[in-house]
Design a protein around this ligand. Sequence first.
Ligand SMILES: [Mg+2]
Length: 358
Amino acid sequence: MIVTDYQLQKISLGFRRPWRTAAAEFRVREGWLLTLRAGDCVGVGECTPLVEFGGPEDVASAQQALKAACAWLMEQSVPEPVAALERWLDECEALHERPASRHAVECALLDLIAQAEGVPLRRILGEQPRTTVPVNALLTAQSAAELATEGRAALAAGFTTVKVKVGVGPLELDVERLGALRAAVGPDLRIRVDANGAWSANEAMMHLRALAPVGLELCEQPVPAADLDALEAVRRAGICPIAADEALVTGGLMLPTTKADVLVLRPMVLGGLLRTVRLGWEAQRSGLRVFVASSLEGPVGRAAAAHAAAALPDCGLAHGLATGALFLDEPPSWLTPVRGEIRFDDGGGLGSEEGRAA
Ligand SMILES: [Mg+2]
């Protein structure tokens, strides 16, 4: 396969309302939509760097990297089989230390390859991909009463897992918010919290003990990303399962299994779908559980992450892919969760509207 042309289109995703986490307040997300053409087919990939995660890439440097990478790949033919693609992309210097750019290039190539083979993208990531993946609802309200209302709505919509950001305000507020949520949704809905590195190890243990009566499924990134000893200390306290998220960027892609119970795999942050699926299998073989999450990106990036999630074995955790509701102008599509699941259609490639329209 030879790529003959490419296009870069700026993406700007506005949030419905400013969204606060312990690490940042989000109002808009910016990035690039990459379109690659080979013969009659077009493949798409999204590059939306998550600067707030401490990655090495911003929107301007990503544009330079994508242009250089596209010039590089138009000089040669894309290798087959897909298993060779990861190593081939390692040779592209423009994509070194540019995980979101690499993700876009790889995704557009995988989209082209899957279309050429007439199969959905997830079929070239895994032999027996799932046809549905469970996803968690993301609850964003700050006040206890509004959070309870949001939780009831998620339960009524069929979600079995919800996620709440914590550590933004004082401990008492989180205890009140999470208590009101649990009282509103009953005992069965799984409640996941994410502190985005807000706490020291001691603070994390204090907060998680205070929240323990709520019954937490897990806590993402209780302590700063770079402090793997603190992560391990919180995990050893055994209050609830601990998930490493930002720590995967700063602590190396494969953490020692003593550091966390769960890994959050973000293809945009890790640098591609092939790497995400490979890491997911490795982690599960070593006894860790994993789930795939989007990185607050648009429908193309989220579709890609959903295909990666479908290629991994089910380990009982909902994936973080129901983030479309955060954004203005999100069109309904197969990515819109139904009864707490994303249900794939059988279309070839990525199955994104952007790709079909290009
Ligand atoms: Mg997180």
